[in-house]
Every structure is written in C-alpha cells, then in structure tokens.
Design a protein around this ligand. Structure first.
Ligand SMILES: Cc1ncc(COP(=O)(O)O)c(C=O)c1O
Length: 351
C-alpha cells in the first residue's frame, strides 16, 4: 500500500502465473509449455535477426507476420491482429469490446485471467457453471450479455466443444461479441476461424506459446471481422505501438511457414497424452477427456494438494488450483516421454 497508488491499484487482485522455478533438473509440467523446442527454421531466423538492425524500431504493424497468418488461415490481412502474447491480445479484447451495460459471460471454471481483466477494466461479469462432467454448456448462456468468452478446449479442464455447438451459439447470440480463446486448439480441436467470415461478431484468439513452442517470445493473435480488429488496433495504438519486437516477428513468420515441424510436434504431444492418460487410469486416477497439451486428473483416494506436494518433493511440478469444484484435480502438462514416465513413476509411489 502506498499513498501514491491510484485508487484502482488498491483493489486489484493480479493473476498469478505458474511457477518458473530457479532450480534446475525439475520435471516441469506446470505451465503448459511445449516439451519440444521451436522449429530449427525459427531459431535460424532469430539468429539472422541479431544484427546492427536491432537499433531500429520494429514494424509497428507486424505486417509480414499478419500477412503470413492471413495466408495460413485464408483470411484478409486486415482481419488479423497480433500482440505480445495472447494475454495482451485478450487484455485489448476486454478493453475494446466488452465494456457495455449487461454482464460479460464466461464459465465458472476457466482461464483465471478473465476476472482479472474484468477488474482492471471495470467490466461487470457473470460466470456460468460448467455441467457436472465439467463441460461448457453454451445453451446456458443468456443472450442479454456484453459479450461471451471461453477457451476451446477449456482450461484447465482440457474439454473440447464441437464447432457445431459454437455455431449454434453464434446463430442465437448476434448482438454481442463472442470470443473463442483457442490457446490449445492445435492439440486436437478444430479452429473456429473458418466461421469468422460468416459471423461478424466472432473473434478467435490463438497463441504461439503452446503448439508452436514460443512461450518465451510472447506472440499472440486474433482473427475476426475487420471492424473488431480495428477496435483492437485502436487500443493497441493508444497503449504500445510496438508490442512485437523484430525477432518475434521474424520467428512468428517462420513458425507458421514450417508446417511440417508444427504437425510433427503436435502429433508427438497428442500421442504422449493418450498413453499418459491410459497409464494414469491404471493408477486409479479419473481423467477428463483432453484435447489440449495437458491432462486434468483426480484420484478418488488421495488429496490433490498432497499429491502435488509429494510430486514436488521428488522433482516433478504440476499445477494445483485451490478453487471450489476443482480442488481435488491436478493439471498436468504433457512432457517428453521420459518426463511423463518420471511423473508416472512418482505417482505410482504416492498412490
Ligand atoms: C486459455 C489460455 N488463454 C491464453 C493464454 C495466454 O497465453 P500467452 O499469453 O502465452 O499467449 C493461456 C496461457 O496459459 C491460456 O491458458
């Protein structure tokens, strides 16, 4: 507390990111990073970008990256927005598109940054409960709202909504913006970007942090109608003209161009997820179906907090949320096969 703080800062309850431990040799399965590095072509582009040209400001519009993404998804460049991680893109979405009279709607169990943005930008919100299987039920979302946002697959559950259900929501909910946060879609979902030309109120956000192994570079994007994108650009240009540095722009371009590497990495993660789920079930865990690069699992006879502490003692870190309805679950990121084996060996000793 300080007399110099503005009133809004006194009440802010910031988002708490997963731990980035200083200790080496931990099996780090707590923040949904990709266990495989970025494409070699991405690394080469970064190497080539390290030159005396770094004295210049980067392209404020990141045009090359936006054009590459537009080509990839077969949309126009003015339908693409990029920012410093999808967290920043989402912050601009909340600021630019969700401040209206009715409440913003999102699931009761979801990405915990959403209520933080609501507090920061003074947006009224209402949470809609997941069903008893911890799935999002879009038919429960009333049409009187200032906007709707949900991740697909949802986080931290990993559960996926079929595209048909999202389209049914868009047919009903025409008066406010619907944002589908596709941070994990490449691990088994189908992107809603195919619907943006049909529904001018649909905005899809994605990140290069997960499926394209670039969490450290901070690159996020949004695709939607050009009017929605213009709102984001207006906020961005009133906040930071250069959210992406020149190395991130070059790396992002190569990450989208090297499709073969991307496909191969995603498939490896998906295959590891499937055998890890089978092995967890053999240890007595109940595991939600996952279309993400993480698993949400609980053991009927063991406290999740005790399991998380036991794993940590033996060098494996996973995420445990002390939130109602999910406090008996562990969220476990899929690692390399070796890391997943280590996780299972420790859990075997604990249960
Ligand atoms: C659902 C969801 N959306 C967005 C993000 C933000 O990703 P980034 O800011 O790294 O692009 C995350 C990160 O964990 C996430 O889980």
């Amino acid at each position: 507390m300080s007399q110099f703080w503005s009133p809004i800062v006194h009440d802010l309850v910031p988002y708490v990111p997963g731990e980035q431990p200083k200790v080496r040799n931990l099996v780090k399965l707590n923040t949904n990073e990709n266990p495989y590095g970025p494409s070699p072509k991405v690394l080469e582009a970064i190497r080539l970008g390290v030159s005396d040209q770094l004295r210049l400001y980067p392209d404020p519009n990141a045009t090359e990256l936006k054009q590459t993404i537009a080509d990839y998804y077969d949309v126009h460049e003015d339908q693409v927005f990029v920012g410093n991680g999808s967290d920043e893109v989402l912050a601009h979405v909340f600021h630019a598109l969700f401040q209206h009279d009715a409440p913003l709607l999102f699931p009761d169990i979801t990405y915990s940054f959403y209520p933080v943005y609501c507090q920061l930008y003074k947006i009224d919100y209402q949470t809609i409960p997941l069903n008893e299987d911890l799935e999002i039920c879009l038919q429960d979302y009333p049409v009187n709202n200032a906007g709707i946002i949900f991740p697909n697959p949802n986080a931290p559950t990993g559960c996926l909504l079929p595209l048909a259900e999202i389209e049914q929501l868009l047919q009903r909910n025409t008066k406010s913006v619907v944002v589908v946060d596709e941070a994990y879609v490449d691990f088994g979902g189908e992107t809603a970007i195919s619907l943006v030309n049909k529904y001018p109120n649909l905005l899809v956000t994605q990140t290069l942090s997960k499926s394209r192994s670039l969490a450290s570079l901070r690159i996020g994007l949004a695709v939607g109608h050009k009017d929605l994108i213009e709102a984001l650009v207006r906020v961005k240009d009133s906040f930071n003209s250069y959210p992406l540095d020149s190395l991130a722009i070059k790396a992002g371009v190569e990450a989208f161009k090297d499709d073969a590497y991307f496909e191969q990495t995603c498939q490896k993660v998906i295959q590891s997820r499937e055998w890890t789920i089978t092995a967890l079930k053999e240890l007595g865990f109940k595991v939600l179906p996952s279309s993400a690069n993480f698993i949400f699992a609980q053991h009927p006879e063991h406290e999740a907090s005790v399991l998380a502490a036991g794993l940590r003692e033996q060098g494996v870190i996973v995420r445990h949320f002390k939130h109602a309805r999910i406090e008996q679950f562990l969220r476990i990121t899929i690692g390399t096969d070796e890391e997943n084996q280590q996780l299972l060996a420790v859990l075997d000793s604990l249960v």
